[in-house]
Each structure stands twice: as C-alpha cells, then as structure tokens.
Design a protein around this ligand. Structure first.
Ligand SMILES: Cc1cn([C@H]2C[C@H](O)[C@@H](COP(=O)(O)OP(=O)(O)OP(=O)(O)O)O2)c(=O)[nH]c1=O
Length: 187
C-alpha cells in the first residue's frame, strides 16, 4: 500500500489527521502561500491546497499526499495569519459580534489520482470587549492561525454558533479525508 504523507507543518492538521486512525508521516510543502485576490477565493484556496500536495508529491512520487489550506474571510476581506499582536487584535475586532466564513481546501494527490474539494463554514462570534481581545492575544493562541483565533482552544468561549464542519474550521475536514481514502487502492 502507498505511504500517506500530510503536506503540512501545522500541528493542528497533524492532530486532526490522527483522528482518522490512518497512519501517516508529515513533510511540509513550505511554499509561497500568496493568493491572487482577483480570482474567486474558493478556487484560490483549492489551488493552493493542490500546490502544497504537488510540491510534496515531487519529493515522494510513490506516496499519497494530503494538502490543505485555511483562510478566514469577512466582508470581502481575507484574514490570513496575523503579522503581530496588533494585527491579531485588528482581526478580532472585525470578527466581534458578527459572522465570518472559514474556507478550507483539501487535495489528496498521487501519481494516479487528484481529489480536490473546498468547504465553506460560517462562524458567528459574540461581541468581544477590548479587554477580552487583549487577554486572548496575550495568551498566544492567536499566533500563526488564520483569522487570529483557534476554535479548538480559548476562543471556544466566543463562538455563538457554527454552520459547517468543526474540523474544517480547525484546518482539515477529517471525515472527507477518511471517506476519500476508503478508495485508497485507486490512488
Ligand atoms: C480558523 C482556524 C484556523 N486555525 C489554524 C489552522 C492552520 O494551521 C492555520 C491556517 O494556516 P494555513 O496556511 O492553512 O496552514 P499552516 O501554514 O499552519 O500549515 P501548512 O501550510 O504547513 O499546512 O490556522 C486553527 O487552528 N483554528 C481555527 O479555528
């Protein structure tokens, strides 16, 4: 059977893929993640997930590779990872008291098969005070996360509702990975 490789350095994605109960190793794609804002966002995220998988497949041509990417978008603006704590606070002020989208792309790639999909999830936040925003950012949990929060951690207390898949919001739609890999022999 072909080896499964997660094209990611994200500890969240590794943790999530472990939930599938399928053995894998990880090898980060480490590529330029710039997206073209003139193209439809879902297509860009899907294409970036593919590029991550493709880069790692080049290094492991006999493997099955999983690539994924997550962004947060609100009012037409893309919120990637915050540059610093001020940037994180700015993002959280935007998310406060309103609904945003979390878009996660998934690509499962081998030399024989190319599965691509994108999930769009809605997350609503309760209003956040300046004190809450400051203490959250000071906790360090905003660092290195799209939209400056992780739904799986302290930010859980700000989430009013979600529509979609919790694991996609966290960074990887685990059930889609599991379902697709039932077809593993075709990869
Ligand atoms: C919205 C949200 C994002 N995130 C994280 C998941 C991703 O790690 C990160 C989005 O950044 P990505 O660029 O998707 O992933 P990454 O750079 O961390 O890892 P790699 O490219 O190597 O796969 O934000 C959460 O952990 N929880 C959340 O609720």
């Amino acid at each position: 059977m072909k080896e499964l490789i997660l094209a990611s350095r994200s500890p969240r994605r590794r943790e999530l893929l472990q939930k599938c109960g399928i053995p894998f190793t990880a090898d980060a794609a480490d590529l330029d993640e710039t997206i073209n804002p003139d193209n439809p966002l879902q297509e860009e995220i899907q294409a970036l997930s593919f590029r991550k998988a493709e880069a790692v497949l080049k290094r492991h041509p006999d493997a099955i590779v999983i690539g994924s990417d997550t962004i947060v978008t609100i009012h037409g603006e893309v919120l990637g990872k915050p540059h610093d704590h001020e940037d994180a606070k700015r993002m959280l002020r935007e998310l406060s008291g309103t609904t945003h989208e979390v878009i996660t792309g998934l690509c499962i790639l081998s030399d024989r098969r190319n599965y691509q999909t994108v999930t769009v999830n809605q997350v609503s936040f309760f209003p956040l005070s300046e004190e809450e925003i400051s203490s959250y950012v000071e906790s360090g949990e905003a660092d290195d996360k799209a939209g400056a929060y992780g739904i799986q951690g302290l930010a859980a207390r700000y989430v009013k509702s979600i529509e979609g898949d919790f694991y996609s919001i966290m960074g990887l739609p685990v059930s889609l990975v599991y379902e697709e890999l039932k077809n593993r022999n075709s990869y």
